[in-house]
Design a protein around this ligand. Sequence first.
Ligand SMILES: [Zn+2]
Length: 293
Amino acid sequence: MTTKRELDFSAFPPGTVTEYTTLVCLACIFDIFTKQLGLAPRSAYSEIKRYSPTIKELTAREAVRPFFDSEEKNPRCPYCNAAKRWHARLDTQAIEGGKASDTARRALVKTLAKKGDQFPVLELKSDRRGAFFDWLDTLRVKLDLLEDGWLLDATRAFLERREPKTNWTAVFEGLRAIRPSARISEGWEREGSRLFLSPPLYNEALLVQYLISRSHEHGGRTLEGRLTLMELIRRLRRGGYLNAHSITSSDQFEILEKLLDEVAGSGQLKLYYIVDRREFLDKVKTVYASYAS
Ligand SMILES: [Zn+2]
């Protein structure tokens, strides 16, 4: 067997691609097809080869049979106890459609099309708000909220999403602090080991930090310390952010809705899911061989 080559997503701006991984148990699948549906192994094999999981199955936070998630090196199937050689890994990359990613996506899909059923591409109509919260969920899982560094990491992820063309790896090299600066009205500037953000950009970064860490009792943690939604809104009002974006409501949840439109964007969006079925197809073949013998 040849070594599995990872797909190259380096042409995509950070923040436009989200990766999902799940394991599928082929013993469970063969069991469903042969015992429950009564198919002969040969027909089960050709059905399973054609089978392509749905977006929901591939990206669910809580996997259901025959899918499961495990961090272990040699996991057992939680449903039938089958060993590792019966499992296949399915990697899925979700790409947010849009100006920043369309060229790279078209080029990638074109090369993948030559590989037949190894890489199905599934499309889903979504909206910017939904994509933003998916991004936020993925980010929350990646960050360690108990480590202080997460505030810088979260701000960097936000800036990468906001300004995908900037080389943020270089900007964040050796960075120690992020501060608002009244001297600049938009954008950012690096000075020594500090990154200065214009007040509007800084306030949006606070909102993202709040959304990542909010809990109902204590508010969220931000570069400005722990803030409740009310305190965050008060801060944005004082800094002129609400006025600048014509947000006039006095109800905090209505204000949050408007703020989300600013930060997440509004309107329709298309998501493209690229499914890597290579390991699945390989394993189906070996598992069938052991069934048929
Ligand atoms: Zn199983």
